[in-house]
Design a protein around this ligand. Structure first.
Ligand code: ZN
Ligand code: ZN
Ligand code: FE
Length: 754
């Protein structure tokens, strides 16, 4: 019988997902000898035996690998048989030159699996009620990894020495915990501690004290997977209000955590698809239509008709949610726009003014991660904020050299692209704050360290004042600057693996335009190389620049003025501010031109009396959407003509005049809001369809933050599809500025000559 030997190297998400135990068991079943080990390039499988059995092993690796793994490539090398006697798992091979980890990455963090949840609830199990239970199919991953290859020694589990029982599981091929790197139990693993006024508790009594505090209506800061949450009873109105006051967050919706799907269904209308996503291993916050008349505190999501809910993302949360029984507010542990706290000492300091008590644990959070947020549209989840549970999973992207794209400034992310892959970082928030910029730089260096790439180029936005632009300039790499809305379009193309050309409709809040104006209602004819600005919403003044994004009344004034309507209709916080602002607009002082669709939403929301001064960017638009009902009336009038030179202007003044007319006639906001949404959908469809016909292009990209408005997106999609146009939208990455870094990377790759 002939014996052959092959060395297989599997690339992809292959470490920390039970890959080596899987290979081990396959080898035993197939009668193969040799070894398996993690290395800087992935997992190396050195096997010898009968050729048919070797083929079967290759097939198994490609087709039957564990559910959390993803094999992106399998390199096969023939070798001389070495006469191995058995099959073993060898210690990881460390990269020799510190530069080798290019083809392997850490998996994302995984919510507790069914088996672990069963053990957690089983009073006879030695891990019954242990908040850090995990196995090869679940547990912390990216949040605890300090370096690759993925081994306990290179995670924040390193300080915890396994007890004999845990060690035996770790070494037993048939155990669910065979080579489960974060394996732990109450005897040897991380522990909880509780600190309240005059109280300190350890272990199980820490959890009990935490739950008592929550029942009393207190606010507890709870250390989770990627950072601290601030928790309180979601049905305790006073507690929710106190949390709002202390967090200095007057309006932004709070996310909730439910113990199970039954609890979710009591407050929200969750479809089967919603329930599937809620229960998925990614465990994101899912935005759900909120039921009427629930016991939820009104302060959870003021003015919104959706509520964000997640199931417990870790065993710690599982125990907390089960024992508490009801819904808990679980909002990020930070003040206003700061990054979430991750370290115990940091949390004690930064959250002291907000939290009444703390539930700590002694496992370090290496990488800060917010909760991811999704909404189910057309049956599958669409990412609105991408972090825990999804990062660092890459997508394919060809680049000639490894490069880094620094993203935008609000909803910031960066993207490292090279070796055929693009890794988009977790959501890193608004870079206007010093702490956020520090967190961004930390994430940058930790990603760089894990990937071990030598970066050769950087890409940033055209905006000269973005903090991300300045960070890009400080890297000392050749720097390419790309236009914001072209990057939005390219991100969508890259995600779908297409090169264009497409008609890209990019509606968002703001992006620096090539003419220096603030763009945001754009129709581009775009591919991965170039973009031609074919049409845009008519320019109006952006009175006060960035201040206009926080104060929608300013945009109402700008649009009223432009449409020749009485500016007295503008509900300013103080009517005496109108005249000076009008003067500044006329003189163009601190009032750049803008085509922003986001600001048009603001203007209409302010005219409707929904939001004169906002608490956060996009709030006015969200309130307008929530207030909009159904309406049979046709869209408001607007006008454009493609006969002129590009870019043509879409005139929304007729719509503004009709809206003011409706307001004077006392028509309901729900009707005006509905017609406004329909009008935008009509503008988008008419313009995109006309351009598509003129340019002989069959695909329309819809992206930019405005398309996180599900109503607008659905209306546009339906109308465009009815015109026989193919519609592409971002799905795995947010359509807001969280996707910009991916688009920048794709544009740079194309321009560098892929
Ligand atoms: Zn598990
Ligand atoms: Zn143990
Ligand atoms: Fe944008």
């Amino acid at each position: 019988m002939s014996i052959a030997r092959r060395i297989l190297t599997a690339h992809g998400t292959v470490q920390g997902v039970g890959f080596r135990p899987f290979v081990y068991q396959q080898a035993l079943a197939l009668g193969l000898r040799g070894s398996v080990r993690n290395c800087g390039h992935g997992v190396r499988i050195d096997v010898e035996g009968e050729p048919a059995a070797l083929d079967a092993m290759m097939q198994a690796v490609q087709q039957q690998a564990p559910p959390l793994s993803r094999v992106c490539g399998l390199q096969v090398d023939e070798a001389q048989p070495a006469g191995h006697a058995d099959f073993t798992i060898l210690p990881s091979e460390l990269p020799q030159d510190g530069s080798a980890t290019t083809r392997v990455w850490s998996p994302a963090d995984v919510a507790p699996c069914v088996d672990c949840r069963r053990e957690l609830a089983d009073s006879s199990d030695r891990r019954s009620g242990y908040p850090f239970i995990n196995c090869t199919a679940c547990g912390p991953r990216f949040s605890i990894v300090t370096a690759l290859p993925y081994d306990r020694a290179r995670t924040s589990m390193a300080p915890f020495a396994m007890c004999n029982a845990c060690r035996a599981e770790y070494d037993t091929p048939t155990s669910r915990r065979f080579h489960a790197e974060p394996n732990a139990c109450p005897d040897c693993g991380p522990r909880l501690s509780y600190e309240g006024p005059g109280t300190r508790e350890q272990g199980a009594s820490a959890m009990a004290s935490c739950i008592e505090a929550l029942r009393r209506g207190e606010i507890v800061a709870i250390k989770g997977v990627g950072g601290f949450h601030l928790a309180c009873d979601a049905e305790n109105h006073e507690a929710v209000q106190r949390l709002r006051d202390r967090k200095r967050r007057a309006a932004r919706p709070f996310a909730l955590m439910a113990p199970d799907l039954d609890a979710v269904r009591r407050v929200a209308d969750a479809s089967m698809d919603d329930q599937q996503t809620l229960s998925s291993s990614h465990c994101p916050i899912v935005l759900l239509p909120r039921c009427e008349g629930t016991a939820l505190a009104p302060g959870i999501a003021p003015g919104m008709n959706e509520v964000g809910i997640m199931l417990p993302p870790s065993p710690l949360h599982q125990i907390l949610a089960q024992r508490f029984g009801g819904l808990l507010v679980m909002t990020s542990g930070n003040l206003a726009e700061e990054p979430i706290a991750t370290d115990n000492q940091e949390a004690r300091h930064r959250l002291a003014e907000i939290a009444d008590a703390f539930l700590f644990h002694d496992r370090e959070i290496v990488t800060r991660l917010d909760d991811s947020v999704v909404r189910i549209e057309d049956g599958s989840p669409r990412l609105l904020r991408r972090a825990r549970g999804f990062v660092p999973e890459p997508i394919p992207l060809e680049t000639p050299r490894p490069l880094i794209a620094l993203g935008a400034d609000l909803k910031s992310t960066f993207c490292m692209a090279g070796h055929g892959l693009a890794f988009v970082s977790q959501h890193l928030g608004d870079l206007s704050g010093l702490q956020a910029r520090r967190a961004y730089r930390e994430a940058l260096s930790s990603f760089s360290a894990q990937l071990g790439w030598k970066l050769e180029a950087a890409v940033c936005d055209l905006h000269p004042d973005y903090a991300s632009t300045r960070i890009a300039e400080s890297l000392g790499l050749p720097l390419l600057r790309v236009q914001h809305h072209h990057a939005h379009a390219a991100a969508c193309l890259a995600e779908h693996g297409l090169s264009g050309p497409v008609i890209a409709v990019i509606f968002d809040g703001a992006g620096h335009g090539e003419d220096g104006a603030v763009w945001g209602g754009e129709f581009l004819i775009a591919d991965r190389q170039r973009a031609v600005r074919a049409a845009h919403l008519r320019y109006v003044r952006l009175p006060g620049g960035d201040a206009a994004a926080r104060e929608p009344w300013r945009m109402a004034l700008a649009h009223l003025e432009d449409a020749g309507e009485p500016t007295a209709m503008c509900a300013a916080p103080d009517q005496s501010r109108i005249a000076p602002l009008l003067r500044a607009m006329k003189q163009g002082i601190a009032a750049p031109w803008t085509s922003s669709a986001g600001r048009l939403f603001d203007a209409v929301a302010a005219l409707c009396g929904l939001c004169s001064v906002g608490q956060f960017e996009g709030q006015a638009a969200m309130l307008l959407q929530a207030a909009s009902g159904e309406c049979d009336a046709p869209p408001y009038p607007f006008s454009f003509s493609l006969s002129g030179a590009f870019p043509v202007e879409i005139d929304v003044r007729p719509m503004i005049r009709s809206i003011t007319c409706d307001l004077r006639a006392g028509r309901a906001v729900r009707e005006i809001g509905a017609r406004f949404h329909d009008t935008l959908a009509a503008i988008i469809t008419e313009t995109a369809a006309a351009l598509a016909q003129q340019e002989d292009i069959g695909t329309v990209v819809l992206s930019g933050g405005c398309f996180q408005n599900a109503r607008l997106a659905a209306a546009c999609t339906a109308r465009l599809v009815a015109r026989n146009l193919k519609v592409l939208r971002p799905r795995r990455f947010p359509s807001n500025d969280g996707g910009i870094s991916l688009g920048q990377a794709a544009l740079a790759a194309a321009r560098m000559g892929v």
